[in-house]
Design a protein around this ligand. Structure first.
Ligand code: HEC
Length: 133
């Protein structure tokens, strides 16, 4: 009898420590779960924003500096006369010269993380057609 009671008394603090550890673990899991929840929509939003940059947005950020004023002979934005001989080359040729660069124009029009579609959309925006060539 006495021996049994002694064993139970010795085990009691151990059991409490175990329960407290369990509660702590639960709290940790709950916190990380919450952190994941609040993080996920934000990163999704960024990915979507990157995937859908419009021609106008690319133009404003990268192409505007030269094409708005026609720096170094760049065809001016919305100037149909300047753009029509360029557009006549066809979309593949325009895309190629934009990616490779030309006299007076750096490669990629300085937008190094642009996709081909984003460059085409920006060209469409500048040429005044309002759509991709
Ligand atoms: C540093 C100035 C500069 C920037 C920035 C710039 N361009 Fe140009 N771009 C030029 C110049 C200059 C020409 C004319 C080159 C020539 O005819 O030799 C040109 C020509 C072009 C052409 C005509 C290509 C052809 O084959 O006739 C396209 C299309 C074009 N740019 C697209 C873009 C796009 C899209 C951007 C932005 C992502 C951009 N450019 C940014 C200077 C620039």
């Amino acid at each position: 009898m006495i021996d049994g009671e002694n064993v139970r008394k010795r085990q009691l603090p151990l059991r409490w420590a175990g329960i407290r550890r369990l509660l702590l673990c639960g709290a940790c899991l709950w916190l990380t779960a919450c952190a994941d929840d609040s993080g996920a929509p934000e990163s999704d939003g960024e990915a979507v924003a990157n995937a859908h940059r419009s021609g106008a947005a690319i133009y404003q950020r990268y192409c505007f500096s030269c094409h708005a004023a026609g720096v170094a002979g760049a065809p001016k934005t919305g100037d149909a006369e300047a753009w029509s001989p360029r557009m006549a080359k066809g979309r593949d040729a325009l895309l190629r010269s934009t990616i490779d660069g030309m006299t007076g124009m750096p490669a990629m029009g300085l937008c190094f993380d642009c996709s081909e579609q984003e460059l085409l959309d920006a060209i469409g925006h500048m040429s005044g057609a309002g759509q991709t060539p």
